[in-house]
Design a protein around this ligand. Structure first.
Ligand code: 6PG
Length: 266
């Protein structure tokens, strides 16, 4: 460029929004899945070494499905300690397991059927049963209490975020957000996207050692910006209620979710 020539300043490189916790901003969605997968692998190995097993809770939604596939076929994850892993479901729709909307069905098809995870370590939510929340809570409390070390906490929770800020099945202004003394709860009501749900609650999620929030794509950009800059309470934006007590919260973003303002369509 010759002297005196002007050039346009662009903001094509987004800077990470100022979210609570640690932000990992990757070059694209694939790289974000890799970063998350490698952190999960690291935590899994660490927990198996320290505690003898690894308690992993996975969410449904579209965003993490390519990661679940990748965990099975990508050689980088070949030594994931599935045989020492307990698999939990963060939330479930009140439908039978063979229903297309069942999170358990998807996670079972993508992970359980392709790994050597012991069947007894796979913890479904029987969300179509009337006592599903109590039953899941008993399973959680009894299983986590049986650990020789590292009891009473999940090791790694993978969360997603809806465009309106829900996470797990904790929707804005919904009943389950108010639960402080239980680890699992039904969630129903006008703001809960049907069907009704069973969800892990804040006390369990916030007790985890590591909480990963995977938030990709431009539809999430406005909400991330609002979380980073606004003062809305967690009743309005449920993911703001994710504040690990003695663990870490790490966001995995791509340039589309991190970029604000969202550029107009070309
Ligand atoms: C579910 C979830 C839910 C999800 C968000 C984001 O089962 O639907 O646990 O909290 O993570 O709705 O979903 P997307 O990844 O599809 O945007």
């Amino acid at each position: 460029m010759s002297e005196g020539e002007t050039y346009e300043l662009t903001d094509h490189i987004p800077t990470a929004p100022n979210l609570p916790g640690h932000v990992v901003l990757s070059g694209d969605g694939d790289a974000a899945l890799d970063a998350l997968g490698l952190d999960m692998l690291l935590q899994a190995k660490k927990c198996v070494h320290e505690f003898g097993d690894f308690h992993l809770a996975l969410s449904g939604g579209n965003t993490p499905m390519p990661l679940y596939r990748r965990l099975m076929y990508d050689p980088s994850f070949r030594d994931f300690p599935w045989s020492h892993t307990h698999l939990w479901i963060v939330d479930e729709r009140c439908v039978p397991f063979d229903h297309e909307k069942s999170n358990f069905r998807q996670i079972h098809e993508l992970i359980v059927e392709h790994s050597d995870i012991p069947p007894a370590n796979v913890h479904a939510i029987y969300a179509y049963e009337p006592d599903a929340d109590a039953r899941y809570e008993t399973d959680l409390r009894e299983t986590l209490a049986r650990r020789a070390n590292g009891q009473h906490r999940l090791d790694f929770v993978l969360l997603g975020m809806g465009d309106e800020g829900h996470t797990a099945s904790l929707f804005p202004h919904s009943e389950a957000q108010l639960v402080t003394d239980r680890w699992a709860s039904f969630n129903r009501g006008p703001t809960v996207v049907p069907p009704d749900r069973v969800t892990m609650t804040y006390p369990l999620l916030n007790g985890a050692r590591f909480v990963a929030a995977l938030v990709l794509g431009k539809n999430k950009a406005q909400m991330l910006h609002r979380i980073a800059t606004g003062t809305d309470p967690s009743s309005e934006i449920p993911i703001k209620g994710i504040v690990p007590v003695d663990g870490q919260l790490r966001w995995y973003l791509d340039p589309l979710s991190a970029r604000w303002p969202v550029p107009a369509e070309a």
